[in-house]
Design a protein around this ligand. Structure first.
Ligand SMILES: NCCC[C@H](NC(=O)CCC(=O)O)C(=O)O
Length: 444
């Protein structure tokens, strides 16, 4: 049977804005207070997703979340009508209002960790929504994420959904951004590489000094247990704390893998040689470890261009391609490196560039925008078919964006009660387009 990797991209929500909410994420911080364009952001994302579908890839979409999140604002004591809640929050606690308005669920690499059926003991695809506890604005995502995933992957015969991990710093979990599945063929049992930033219960373990390490080893181990993975198919590796301190807040800012390829920066990990030997010993394939040395691309250039937040995909003809943000083309060292990469005799043969600048300005590149689900034809048939991107859905969603989204949004406008109405109207219509049922709290 045919096995392949499907990508589920996050649809950008109507409140996409730049609020500088992510300490440790250089782009988020440096673009705080910029004016955003939610309409352009949504269309850039859709265009990237459609291009992959046109290349013959299986491409799905995950719905965005309900924002402004008035329910959380009520939970922390703001009361009255929805308009009053927004207005009081804007007055008394503007930072909390901003946290409740982020469209951050667009970065579905952080929605969940996914283990394909070939790796799990019960032969089902496992999903654990990420708790995202390190950032307030992201910590309010997991419950709705769980409902959206269940509405997208509904059939319990094929899909096994877990609750997110306990909401405590010891279990800080950022989902697939810190998880890479390596394999010979998508349908063969693979090795799941869990990359963590710190060990929460070991005070003497190395950790970054300035910026937070969002993923803990405890969380990675818990996900591996939940997903019924055997020890022989897991590798746990620590991210280099020094690069976290230089803005590498997730592992997918410094490394990306696909099948038997791991593309990474020289400074990405600790104990690189030992851990790579463990991967090679556990995997039934000849690994290609493609290392990018610092003298060719500095950490600073990697963070600015998102060279490693690219998607490495296997095209239907078996060749691999890199899906890169246009920011890579604009960085001299990085574009020179990518020109060279396709000549090195590795499985990666071509580079395709996409403008996802609206997302990039908040620190999310092509890889952040997608959640990977390796599957076979039978499992694909069990997916909610209205979430799979084809010509008709692409046209429909572009019209939907044109109808509901603003082309300009500032922090001040987040309290506009009209924005809440626009956003709920759009999402209500979206749940009908994608046949999701009542996944949002305002619909329940
Ligand atoms: N995987 C990429 C995630 C990017 C995301 N940025 C943000 O949430 C920025 C939002 C803002 O600052 O408005 C984050 O840091 O988790």
């Amino acid at each position: 049977m045919k096995h392949f990797e499907a990508n589920f991209d996050g649809l950008v929500g109507p409140t996409h804005n730049y609020a500088g909410l992510s300490f440790g994420n250089v782009a988020s911080f440096s673009n705080a207070e910029s004016v955003s364009n939610p309409k352009a952001a949504a269309k850039q994302g859709l265009r990237k997703a459609k291009a992959l579908a046109d290349l013959g890839m299986t491409q799905g979409l995950l719905a965005p979340q309900e924002r402004p999140d008035v329910h959380t604002l009520r939970r922390i004591g703001f009361s009255g009508t929805d308009a009053e809640v927004l207005q009081k929050a804007a007055q008394d606690a503007p930072a909390l209002l901003q946290a409740c308005c982020s469209a951050s669920s667009m970065w579905t690499a952080n929605a969940a960790t996914v283990s394909p059926s070939a790796d799990t003991r019960d032969g089902k695809i496992h999903f654990t929504p990420a708790n995202l506890v390190d950032k307030l604005h992201r910590s309010i995502e997991p419950s709705t994420t769980g409902r959206i995933l269940q509405a997208t992957f509904a059939d319990p015969k094929f899909f096994h959904h877990h609750s997110h991990l306990p909401e405590h710093a010891s279990f800080g979990d950022e989902g697939a951004a810190n998880h890479t599945r390596l394999c010979a063929e998508y349908g063969h049992a693979g090795v799941e590489l869990f990359v963590y930033g710190q060990e929460a219960t070991n005070p003497s373990a190395l950790k970054p000094k300035n910026f937070p390490a969002r993923q803990t080893k405890e969380a990675s181990s818990a996900v591996a247990r939940l997903h019924q993975l055997d020890d022989e198919s897991c590798v746990f590796m620590q991210q280099n704390p020094d690069v976290i301190d230089q803005g590498v807040f997730h592992n997918d800012v410094i490394a990306v893998g696909n099948q038997n390829v791991l593309f990474y920066h020289e400074q990405a990990f600790l104990e690189t040689d030992t851990k790579f030997a463990e991967i090679q010993a556990k995997i039934n394939a000849e690994m290609h470890f493609i290392e990018v040395p610092t003298h060719k691309v500095s950490i600073q250039d990697a963070v600015a261009s998102y060279l490693f937040n690219t998607q490495v995909i296997t095209l239907p003809n078996g060749e691999m391609a890199i899906i890169a943000p246009t920011n890579c083309q604009e960085n001299q060292a990085v574009s020179r490196y990518l020109e060279e990469l396709v000549t090195l005799g590795t499985p990666i043969k071509q580079v395709k560039y996409f403008d996802v600048k609206q997302s990039m300005q908040n620190g999310g590149g092509p890889a952040c925008l997608r959640l990977r689900v390796a599957m076979n034809e039978i499992e694909k048939a069990a997916v909610n078919q209205n979430t799979l991107l084809d010509d008709a859905l692409f046209t429909r969603l572009n019209q939907w964006v044109d109808k509901h989204y603003r082309d300009r949004l500032t922090a001040k406008e987040l309290a506009d009660p009209q924005l809440l109405i626009e956003s709920r109207t759009a999402l209500d219509e979206l749940t009908q387009i994608m046949h999701l049922g009542s996944v949002y709290q305002f619909q329940r």
